[in-house]
Ligand binder design. Structure first.
Ligand SMILES: [Zn+2]
Length: 147
């Protein structure tokens, strides 16, 4: 059974859909220890057996931010400041890990967040790990690299 969740940034410029193979109560919750996620105290979810869709309703409000090895980028709303997801794009395909608190049903993710520290990882290994663990994602209405 697929569990379909929706969400968006605070002002609605960036919409979010996530389909998970397990109910949110059973999903693993991550607490990435990267410096960006810690400043947001973010809890994230990804499931390689699920699917996600990020829809940009107002392209002018899409802010993409890279840091560190720049293997992925943060998706933020320029207007309301909400951190929506971490995104990796490669060969026209996209994967994300979603900021749980941008989802409408954030309260259903009741498992304790597991700290994850990937800071010692090399770039190649990082991209392969994300492809294996992050959620395949469709990008709709993106100004570039859309799909
Ligand atoms: Zn917004």
């Amino acid at each position: 059974m697929t569990h379909r969740l929706t969400g968006c940034c605070h002002c609605g410029a960036i919409g979010l859909e996530l389909s998970l193979p397990r109910p949110p109560e059973a999903e693993t919750v991550g607490a990435c220890q990267c410096s960006f996620c810690r400043k947001h105290n973010a809890r994230t979810v990804s499931d390689p057996r699920g699917t996600a869709r990020l829809t940009v309703h107002e392209p002018a409000q899409l802010q993409r931010y890279r840091f560190g090895l720049a293997a992925s980028e943060v998706v933020l709303c320029r207007r309301c400041g909400v951190y929506v997801a971490m995104l990796m794009v490669e060969d026209g395909r996209a994967w994300t890990t979603i900021n749980i608190d941008a989802l409408d049903e954030r309260a259903r993710f009741t498992r304790p967040a597991e700290p994850r520290d990937f800071s010692g990882e090399a770039l190649g290994g990082r991209r392969e790990r994300r492809k294996a663990r992050w959620t395949p994602t469709e990008l709709v209405g993106w100004p570039e690299e859309g799909g």
